[in-house]
Design a binder for this molecule. Structure first.
Ligand SMILES: Nc1ncnc2c1ncn2[C@@H]1O[C@H](COP(=O)(O)OP(=O)(O)OP(=O)(O)O)[C@@H](O)[C@H]1O
Ligand SMILES: [Mg+2]
Length: 590
């Protein structure tokens, strides 16, 4: 694990320092009480020699032992409350931090982690960390303390016997040393395999329609079988090691007891030690056996915990879209856009090893209030351009300026307030229509029915919403009403409209509605489009009517730009694109 991760671990633990202190004190009191019992037993046994007072003293010692047991019991509970409580809080904090980070991850980091893997890190790994901190801490302190005190007591009872009882110790050390590094690797592997499983389950459930449509259930099943098998194998390897280490430690511990019985018995007969010493010694030795066995388990717990912590830290330290502090005006910016020498690649390299540029040397000025349509073949880079404008992708510095400001240095807040983006594939949250439309609003604005209804009317969706059983409160998305593609698009347009941005970017946002509805919506929002700066990416021709200028993007370059008439007169790409689409749409109307 990296050094900075250890620092992170320390800082996480430090936050609950007093919980740990309380827990440790309670553990020590509990273990101390338990460790006293054999010593009292020894005194009690020795007191039996004095036959006259035996009855009285036995009663007295029994009472003492019982009080210690009850007191220990209370502290045992307290210790768990503190230590497990701290572990729960830490798990909670890390989960919060992880989730916050997830939402801020930069696009490249999001591509690096698969969805299911992220889910696994946020669930399984956090669980392992909680175990590691709660149980791990408890066991380490408890066994450590017990080990030291019991050893001390044993040495005090009989040096010789202690020496004999430790004959199996070197073997224990060898076993631990051999097995633990392997455990770490296997444990890391099992966590990774589990991540793969989550990924695949998540993907298959999301894409279950596609799986069925292509009758790929069996193939999916086979793939899953392979992945699941890998996980199983890794787990089995883990079980084998655990299965080996536990009985081995138990056996070595047992051998120790055997030696003590044989040698200790002899020493009692020879009167080298008292019977009380012998009984107490055996009790202490018994107390050491469990920690010795647990040693292996503790090591795996630590190893697993550390590897999980590492996986969580990987996400916590993955790059996010940095918010620049240089210019953080929270005001809306004016709507003029300037693009200078913008090139962009998703960092995929072609066979020659060169990076494949998706956008190449884009230069463009859009005046405030202007409406620019962008057309071009599929895959030419239109969506990429729109995402760069809204900084959903990492923007190279000094390439895009809005209201005269370099957007790579702007705060997200002011950028988001300025630009309203309707993506090609709008996402609907599982929530009411109201919450979905009001998603970008702050405070109580979601209760402003007029605002929401106006936006829904403009996007030509209100009529259908009125027909839903609970109107604005109708649940949509998973488990709610499933919206059609066109309905989703209109809902996402309304979501953008309620925010009243200065710049509107529509990325093929009307592709799923029929041409008639498209015309309705466009004429509804005509006034808005005229007032605001708008960029309309489209494959259809009806929006072109509202555009002041049209840009044609082909293979990542702007190849033509001008008014409809200018471009038609040129008779090149736009002319061809327009005519071809016009024929399609005429046929559609028939
Ligand atoms: N996340 C990504 N990682 C790598 N390549 C990508 C990614 N997203 C898009 N691309 C590639 O970038 C190119 C441009 O894609 P883009 O989505 O911008 O096209 P588009 O013009 O919007 O197409 P359409 O008209 O089909 O919506 C395509 O070749 C696409 O494969
Ligand atoms: Mg696109």
């Amino acid at each position: 694990m990296k050094r900075e991760y250890y620092r992170k671990l320390l800082s996480v633990l430090k936050r609950y320092l007093w919980w740990f202190v309380g827990g440790i004190v309670a553990v020590i009191v509990f273990d101390g009480a338990t460790l006293l019992i054999p010593w009292i037993l020894k005194i009690a046994i020795e007191a039996l020699k004095d036959i006259d007072n035996a009855q009285h003293s036995i009663f007295y010692y029994a009472l003492l032992i019982m009080s210690l047991a009850i007191g220990g019991f209370v502290f045992r509970i307290v210790s768990r409350l503190f230590l497990f409580g701290a572990a729960r809080y830490i798990e909670y904090d890390l989960r919060e931090e992880l989730f916050e980070r997830l939402l801020k991850l930069s696009p490249s980091s999001l591509i690096k982690f698969r969805t299911g893997d992220l889910i696994s890190r946020a669930s399984n790994d956090l669980n392992t960390i909680k175990m590691f901190i709660g149980f791990g801490f408890l066991t380490i302190i408890s066994t450590g303390f017990t080990y030291i005190v019991a050893l001390f007591a044993m040495l005090k009872l009989s040096l010789t016997l202690t020496f004999y009882s430790f004959i199996p110790l070197p073997f224990i050390i060898i076993v631990v040393k051999k097995v633990t590094p392997k455990m770490y690797l296997i444990s890391k592997e099992t966590q990774e395999r589990l991540g793969e499983i989550s990924s695949m389950v998540q993907e298959s459930v999301s894409g279950v329609q596609t799986v069925k449509a292509f009758v790929q259930e069996d193939a999916g099943d086979r793939r899953f079988y392979d992945i699941s098998r890998h996980y199983y194998n890794a787990r089995i390897r883990m079980v084998k090691y655990m299965g080996l280490i536990f009985p081995l430690m138990g056996m070595l511990g047992g051998i120790g007891t055997l030696i003590v019985l044989w040698k200790g018995g002899e020493m009692v007969i020879n009167k080298e030690i008292t019977l009380g010493d012998f009984v107490a010694f055996n009790s202490y030795l018994g107390m050491l056996i469990w920690p010795s066995i647990a040693l292996g388990w503790i090591f795996t717990l630590i190893q697993r915990g550390l590897s999980s912590f590492e996986r969580v830290c990987d996400v916590l330290t993955a790059p996010i879209l940095e918010e620049s502090t240089e210019s953080s005006c929270d005001e809306k910016l004016s709507g003029d856009i300037e693009v200078k020498n913008l090139s962009f690649s998703y960092d995929s390299r072609n066979e020659n090893g060169n990076t494949q540029k998706v956008l190449k040397d884009i230069n463009l000025t859009i005046e405030e209030g202007e409406t620019l349509a962008i057309v071009g073949p599929t895959g030419s880079g239109k969506t990429t351009f729109a995402k760069l404008l809204t900084r959903l992708l990492e923007v190279p510095p000094d390439t895009i300026f809005i209201g005269g400001k370099d957007i790579s240095k702007l705060s997200f807040d002011s950028l988001r307030k300025t630009i309203g983006y309707v993506p090609q594939e709008g996402f609907i949250f599982h929530n009411t229509i109201r919450e979905n439309v009001a998603y970008g609003l702050e405070g109580d604005a979601s209760k402003n029915d007029d605002l929401l209804k106006r936006a829904l009317k403009l996007s030509d969706f209100m009529k259908e919403v009125e027909l839903f059983p609970k109107k604005l409160e109708t649940e949509v998305g998973e488990r709610g009403i499933t919206l059609s593609g066109g309905q989703r698009q209109r809902l996402t347009i309304a979501r953008m409209l309620v925010c009243d941005p200065e710049i509107i970017v529509l990325d093929d946002s009307l592709s799923s509605v029929d041409t008639h509805t498209e015309k309705n919506i466009l004429s509804n929002i005509k006034d808005i489009l005229e007032k605001k700066t708008s960029i309309i990416i489209t494959h259809r021709i009806s929006p072109l009517k509202y555009a002041d200028r049209i840009a044609v993007i082909e293979d990542g370059r702007i190849t033509e730009i001008g008014t409809h008439n200018e471009l038609m007169a040129k008779g090149e790409s736009y002319f061809r694109l327009y005519n071809r689409q016009a024929i399609f749409e005429e046929m559609e109307e028939l």
